[in-house]
Design a binder for this molecule. Structure first.
Ligand SMILES: *[C@@H]1O[C@H](CO)[C@@H](O)[C@H](O)[C@H]1NC(C)=O
Ligand SMILES: *[C@@H]1O[C@H](CO)[C@@H](O)[C@H](O)[C@H]1NC(C)=O
Ligand SMILES: *[C@@H]1O[C@H](CO)[C@@H](O)[C@H](O)[C@H]1NC(C)=O
Ligand SMILES: *[C@@H]1O[C@H](CO)[C@@H](O)[C@H](O)[C@H]1NC(C)=O
Ligand SMILES: *[C@@H]1O[C@H](CO)[C@@H](O)[C@H](O)[C@H]1NC(C)=O
Ligand SMILES: *[C@@H]1O[C@H](CO)[C@@H](O)[C@H](O)[C@H]1NC(C)=O
Ligand SMILES: *[C@@H]1O[C@H](CO)[C@@H](O)[C@H](O)[C@H]1NC(C)=O
Ligand SMILES: *[C@@H]1O[C@H](CO)[C@@H](O)[C@H](O)[C@H]1NC(C)=O
Length: 476
């Protein structure tokens, strides 16, 4: 570990991220959360796994009672030439891995402030009640109509999140534990149903392991907010590889891209080595299981894409994508940027990623948004405020109040919406300059600055994803 990163983490701990260096930017989303230790995590009943066990191949017939199997792509799906064709997509965030800020009402309705993520939801609520709540969410948050609308918006891909606790791996598939307590399993059949909708509506799928055992980043979006411990127990990585193998075998034929892990944060050198090995072994495992059919996606782990120079490049590896997440709202220097500063920053990212992708592996921006603030309610975690208006940490820079910057777009000014359109276009142009982009997110309950759906309605996202009102913003 370098002195700089030791310094960064110290500063992070002492000052709550006020001035943390670039490589640690995203770590500032992490808030230590140890208040759960008092609760009893020993309950072990794993409920809720649907009872069906069909292994028949799927045409359009997977239902929420089958466990799924590999099947050949349907003839109706337009073939996609990875690396040549540009991926244009949306994330179905908050569906199979809950995020309080995407569905604040679901969390609010529990009436319990200690429920801050999917882990605590399963830990604190009665199991049957939690399953009922989750099942209702799986059935309603995204429906077949969304796939129809995504197709109509001219998009080619969805990126879908899944937590390890939802993968119905059995002790025949692994020598490690299959216990997922206190998580509530049961999302898998809904994932299978979604894969069939995708196929029926000619949408390609990037499936992303968003939550790994122990949490790979400590964000609520990994399932568990707190200390990221993935890799600290020697069984974590081989266990995760078994899960990847299971997914490749069971649904490799129903997806196009498998992302090995989302946003791992490598606080410790030992974890970084493990991650490198995990990527290499995970890649090999997918190739051993599915041949060349599936694209394999890795992330930069907030280290910058340059840290992955010559990694899993041809000819020793084929069909590997780098997924870079491009946000400009999670640290003070970025929040300080004015509108032109955000455009300028985007153009710099474009240059860096294009250069990397040309000499290394295919690259996409797999998460990005037009948000210019961290004002969206609970974006930094349930019960946590925003840097923007000074409610995140005391004695920090305050940029303004959050009125009219998030929430309902009926409060957005015309100037703001005009900027959002420019900003959407310039960031989409980053993706167009490499192998593609996937917006975060398709649907967000009450933060229209993050919602692709609302952007289409509000006019800051074009109806056709390649049409431009402000072309060539980076060529000046
Ligand atoms: C599948 O379900 C059927 C009927 O519910 C049962 O008889 C059979 O043993 C199950 N097979 C497996 C492999 O669990
Ligand atoms: C939470 O519920 C309370 C009581 O129903 C309501 O007043 C409040 O607006 C809700 N907040 C959110 C974020 O949904
Ligand atoms: C479990 O370990 C045994 C003994 O090393 C090995 O033969 C078997 O393949 C392993 N099973 C799995 C699913 O990895
Ligand atoms: C590692 O995790 C496994 C499975 O959860 C558990 O049985 C084991 O006790 C853990 N080992 C340590 C050293 O914590
Ligand atoms: C993949 O297959 C090769 C050749 O059979 C084998 O040597 C290698 O260990 C396998 N890798 C993984 C991660 O399973
Ligand atoms: C764009 O960013 C670069 C590098 O940070 C800086 O030198 C330049 O002044 C910026 N331009 C504008 C217009 O902000
Ligand atoms: C927020 O700021 C705007 C403009 O700066 C101001 O008009 C409004 O009164 C402020 N709202 C609150 C709740 O402070
Ligand atoms: C947004 O505000 C408008 C106008 O006040 C209202 O009609 C609409 O229902 C609101 N939308 C949501 C999702 O709350």
């Amino acid at each position: 570990m370098t002195l700089l990163s030791v310094y960064s983490i110290l500063v992070f701990l002492l000052l709550g991220c006020a001035n943390v260096r670039v490589q640690a930017e995203q770590q500032c989303r992490l808030i230590a959360q140890n208040a759960l230790a008092a609760l009893d995590p020993s309950s072990t009943n794993a409920i809720g796994l649907p009872n069906g066990n069909s292994t028949s191949t799927h045409g359009s017939s997977a239902t929420p009672t089958s466990t799924g199997a590999t099947s050949a792509p349907s003839a109706t799906v337009t073939s996609f030439n990875y690396g040549k064709d540009i991926i244009r997509g949306v994330n179905l965030g908050g569906w199979f891995v809950l995020e309080p800020w995407i569905t604040p009402s679901l969390f609010n309705d529990t009436g319990n402030d200690a429920i801050i993520d999917e882990f605590t939801l399963g830990l604190i609520l009665d199991k049957a009640e939690a399953l009922k709540l989750l099942t209702n969410h799986w059935q309603t948050w995204i429906t077949e109509q969304d796939f129809i609308d995504i197709k109509a918006a001219g998009l080619t891909h969805v990126r879908m999140q899944i937590g390890y606790w939802s993968i119905p791996i059995t002790s025949a598939d692994t020598n490690y534990t299959t216990d997922v307590d206190p998580y509530i399993p049961g999302a898998w059949p809904y994932l299978l149903q979604a894969l069939n909708w995708a196929k029926q509506h000619d949408i390609h799928v990037i499936l992303d392991l968003h939550g790994a055992p122990g949490s790979q980043n400590g964000y609520d979006n990994s399932g568990e907010r707190g200390d990221p411990t993935w890799g600290m127990n020697a069984t974590d990585v081989p266990r995760t590889l078994d899960i990847i193998k299971f997914m490749s075998e069971k649904i490799g034929g129903m997806i196009d891209v498998l992302e090995l892990i989302n946003e791992p944060v490598m606080y410790r050198d030992s974890q970084q080595q493990l991650l490198t090995q995990y990527y290499q072994q995970g890649y090999q495992l997918v190739r051993n299981t599915t041949g060349q059919d599936l694209q394999v996606m890795i992330g930069d782990a907030f280290l910058g894409v340059q840290s992955w120079t010559n990694f899993l490049t041809q000819p020793s590896a084929q069909g590997v994508f780098m997924d870079f997440h491009e946000y400009q709202v999670f640290n003070y220097p970025q929040l300080q940027l004015d509108f032109n500063g955000h455009i300028n920053y985007s153009c710099q990212v474009l240059d860096q990623l294009r250069s990397y992708s040309q000499s290394n592996i295919f690259t996409i921006i797999g998460e990005w948004s037009v948000a210019t603030t961290d004002c969206a309610l609970w974006l930094n975690g349930r019960g946590i405020g925003a840097r923007w208006d000074g409610t995140w940490q005391p004695n920090q820079q305050v940029f303004g109040n959050c009125t009219g910057l998030t929430g309902n777009m009926s409060e957005f000014s015309n100037d703001y919406k005009t900027f959002l359109r420019k900003y959407w276009e310039v960031q989409a142009d980053i993706g167009e300059a490499i192998q593609g982009w996937v917006y975060w997110a398709w649907k967000v309950e009450n933060a229209d600055d993050w919602s692709y759906q609302r952007g289409l309605q509000g006019g800051w996202i074009p109806q056709g994803p390649t049409s431009r009102m402000y072309p060539n913003q980076c060529s000046g």
